[in-house]
Ligand binder design. Sequence first.
Ligand code: A3P
Ligand code: MG
Ligand code: MG
Ligand code: MG
Length: 333
Amino acid sequence: MTTPFQRELEIALSAVKQASQICRSVQAAITDEVLEKKDKSPVTIADFSSQAVICRALNEAFPQDPIIGEEDAAELHLEENHEFLEKIVAELNKAEIPETSPENVCRWIDHGGAKEYSSRFWTLDPIDGTKGFLRKEQYAVSLALIVDGKIVLGILGCPNMPFPIDETVTGTLYYTVADQGAFAIPLNQDDQEQAAFPIRVTTTDDFSQSRFCESVESGHSSHGHSQQVAEKLDIEKEPRRLDSQAKYAVVAQGNADIYMRLPTRVGYREKIWDHAAGVLLVQEAGGTVTDITGKPLEFDQGYELKNNQGVIVTNGPLHPELIQTLGELAINE
Ligand SMILES: Nc1ncnc2c1ncn2[C@@H]1O[C@H](COP(=O)(O)O)[C@@H](OP(=O)(O)O)[C@H]1O
Ligand SMILES: [Mg+2]
Ligand SMILES: [Mg+2]
Ligand SMILES: [Mg+2]
């Protein structure tokens, strides 16, 4: 008997795994190979390689499915970036990706260029936490499938995350399918099915015993506001700061109880690829995710969470009081 989305899961897991391994190999060799995007944020050979590999695999298996991905190949067509493109091609050749050529690489990347909502689509962040990647800290390859506005499948490839039950193993692949639970497998394990380890959030309802995590980058989430919340709720433990959706994984596997993402400026809208896979992972591990006002995140609004502000993730029991406190401190205005 086949379970729902089994084929999607197999294809997506193998694509994310391959992309994560390419990212690892680029990270091991990284020097100063960074392009600056229009919004001044960085993008690397690994971001583009990861998007190319995953879009190629999805396009082959599910040609009808649009992909809302973070990157596009516009910059790569510029003559001044010719060498940069050649380096991406070289990475894909090294990984033995068939039919690799500069034209195909750009085509695959641009296959992830959908922007609009549709009844079935994938969303991809080829490297979430590019700044963490550049610091050789945490980052995640993030892929999710959304059907009728609901996240039904999510995968996070976290090449620098210790495996939850064996910290000597570095590199964890997290996956979840709606109503089927949340799991971790070692990124290097070949027999993924056998090694699947179910993950679960904590059960504490005591803020004084709880730990929260947040972005390393204070430009992505307000450290000042989270400090205020922590003081008001008597959270004593130091926050754990890490980049990327690895924060969702940390809550999902019970290493922290809360993840706060508090807006740093009016008008910024969270991008769906920064959250979709992480949200389902935490929900399937028993936790709760809303925006800072307590509203569910809406994944049927195109590439942004247009109707939401910030994100709050908890183990569940801590959620209502945390949302209430954000309101009392007027952080949600
Ligand atoms: N002002 C802002 N507020 C919230 N998120 C922001 C932001 N500016 C950029 N980001 C997003 O923050 C993501 C990283 O999150 P984190 O700080 O949790 O690691 C970035 O993803 P990329 O690294 O994929 O570009 C980017 O999309
Ligand atoms: Mg980026
Ligand atoms: Mg991102
Ligand atoms: Mg990214």
